[in-house]
Ligand binder design. Structure first.
Ligand SMILES: [Mn+2]
Length: 327
């Protein structure tokens, strides 16, 4: 099945469906929230009955965007019946949290741009050439005949802007700029998105950042940099996981660093590993090898165990892979 055929199948299925359930991934980022909202709001314009949901708390800096209130939690939803379950920006069933319970029961569509996608829906439109899942939603909405207004364009642009690192990463290709320009022509405001996400930090976040920098270590002649925060660190600075959202990118921003790792313990024994690379090292392979997924330049995994042990193990695996590449 080619991606183009699968796209046409999906358009047909959505046209036929009346009640549609749109689900994003746990630890939602800007692209995920944007994709859920853009698809959900688009389908509402077509008079579909839509539920939008994510099994995770939405980071508070997104709350400036009033549309995020449309996204329900697992607990909010008491009727899971739908003609279609559409999953966006998620590469594997565990990424949708408890909503994965409905995978075998409802007809499901997966729309994603992660090369590590497991094709876990009944229909899967997966295309890693897109910088953001939100670009795929733009195409889907247009194929469905959705008319864009300012609000829809604005939430749709958020995913493209955030997943390309505000148009700085290598995935910010010509198509990204064309899609962004189109959404801006409908009224989206890239400056407002950047301000909401980049210039909206709590003071406690800076104290947590300083703790992260204290614990920073450099290996492999400066090519690998990593740090971690334990549950105690978060407690000390009165912070939650959302406060450390950009830390892995801060680590990558160090001169000559190719691979950055940031490891955080949100809950005791529940550990999230984030990988980033700058130019050539494929971090998605490391992430997959420890049960996660992602892109060559940005990937992650969630593990259970003792934080210090996880840090040692993850650094050991990454060092070995990096040294192997350098041979
Ligand atoms: Mn994405």
């Amino acid at each position: 099945m080619t991606a183009a055929n699968e796209f046409l199948n999906i358009v047909g299925l959505i046209n036929e469906a009346k009640k549609i359930f749109v689900v994003g991934h746990i630890m939602p980022d800007g692209d995920d929230i944007s994709s859920v909202l853009s698809l959900g709001m688009g389908l509402q314009k077509l008079d579909k009955e839509v539920s939008m949901a994510i099994d995770w708390k939405i980071p508070s800096y997104f709350s400036e965007l009033e549309e995020v209130n449309l996204i329900k939690t697992y607990e909010d939803i008491n009727n899971f019946e739908a003609d279609l379950l559409i999953i966006v920006d998620a590469s594997s069933p565990d990424r949708i949290g408890r909503f994965s319970e409905h995978l075998n029961r409802l007809k499901s569509i997966v729309i994603d741009h992660h090369a590590t996608n497991l094709y876990f829906g009944n229909y899967n439109w997966v295309d890693p050439t897109f910088g953001a899942a939100a670009q795929m939603i733009l195409r889907l909405n247009k194929a469905l005949g959705v008319k864009y207004d300012e609000k829809l364009a604005h939430v749709n642009l958020m995913g493209i802007e955030t997943d390309t690192g505000f148009f700085r990463y290598s995935n910010a290709d010509e198509r990204v700029f064309r899609d962004a320009a189109e959404l801006i022509s409908y009224g989206a405001r890239p400056d407002k998105i950047a301000k909401m996400i980049l210039e909206n930090k709590r003071l406690e976040q800076f104290q947590l950042l300083s703790r992260m920098i204290e614990k920073l270590k450099i290996e492999c002649d400066g090519l690998l940099a990593y740090s971690y925060l334990s549950q105690e660190d978060y407690e000390t600075y009165n912070c939650t996981e959302e406060d450390s959202g950009g830390f892995v990118s801060e680590i990558r921003s160090i001169k000559n660093v190719e691979v950055a790792i940031f490891i955080s313990e949100f809950e005791k024994g529940e550990i999230h590993v984030s990988f980033r690379s700058k130019d050539w090292f494929d971090v998605s392979k490391i992430a997959v090898s420890i049960g996660g997924g992602g892109h060559p330049r940005a990937a992650g995994a969630t593990l259970k165990g003792d934080i210090e042990e996880v840090v040692n193990e993850v650094v050991k695996i990454t060092k070995a892979a990096l040294e192997d590449e350098l041979k």
